[in-house]
Design a protein around this ligand. Structure first.
Ligand SMILES: [Zn+2]
Length: 246
């Protein structure tokens, strides 16, 4: 292939800009802000599950407390009734009196046991409510952090996207004078090995860093300036300048 030396020289600049564009996109793909958003989103999701579980636990325990309170009230009402009956003097049979007294004593023990259950349930409820409330606070903190992280990520991404758009524009206007055929060759080589065009500097290919053998250097030096020469090792288009050492 043949191309004006000036067009060949422009390829070096295009290569440089393409590398900048590639770095820009790599930074966009690997933004630490994006990682943080993902981490905080995962934490928020986990917290939501934990908070729901804690709320269910607290509501189950509240039901247990209400049930225990109702049980205690029922036993207390019956004991009160028995006690009133005893106090009324209406019961005179000694067997009936003994039965009533026995029942009052049994109910008192039963009430004490139920009150113990109620206390245990109330303590468990208190713990569950504290846990739930702590989870709600944590969720609020994480959501605040998440909102800030999303803003930071969007800002960082907007900066990178603006830089990308500018680089693309500069790259396109820089490449405009280069013949399509040469640009396509450059693009194909670049797609294959990452570097489409490189300078020969002091006898070395700057794409693959190979010190070109004397014979190849002689051939490159002898080639017409508009001849497009390639690295025998990495196939990059080799650009000859005054620093090439030919
Ligand atoms: Zn090379």
């Amino acid at each position: 292939m043949k191309a004006e030396p000036t067009s060949q020289l422009i390829l070096l600049e295009v290569q440089h800009l393409d590398l900048d564009i590639e770095r820009n996109r790599h930074r966009a793909r690997t933004l630490p802000e994006t990682t943080l958003v993902a981490e905080l989103t995962a934490r928020d999701t986990a917290l939501r599950d934990h908070t729901t579980a804690a709320a269910t636990r607290a509501s189950d325990l509240a039901r247990e407390v209400r049930k225990a309170e109702a049980d205690v009230a029922q036993v207390r009402a019956r004991a009160d009734r028995d006690q009133s009956l005893l106090n009324s003097g209406q019961v005179t049979s000694s067997k009936q009196l003994a039965d009533l007294e026995h029942e009052v004593a049994t109910l008192a023990r039963r009430q004490a046991a139920l009150e113990d259950d109620e206390l245990v349930a109330m303590e468990a409820l208190e713990t569950a409510e504290a846990e739930h409330s702590e989870l709600v606070d944590q969720t609020e903190r994480v959501r605040g952090e998440l909102a800030a992280a999303v803003t930071a990520r969007d800002e960082a991404m907007a900066l990178l996207d603006a830089e990308f758009a500018e680089l693309r524009q500069v790259r396109d206007s820089t490449a405009a004078p280069v013949p399509t055929e040469l640009l396509e060759l450059y693009a194909r080589i670049r797609a294959d090995n990452g570097t489409g065009a490189a300078m020969v500097r002091r006898g070395r290919c700057e794409a693959c860093q190979l010190d070109l053998p004397r014979g190849d250097l002689d051939e490159i030096a002898a080639a017409a300036p508009d001849e497009v020469v390639r690295c025998p090792e990495c196939r990059s288009i080799l650009i000859r300048t005054s620093e090439s050492g030919l």
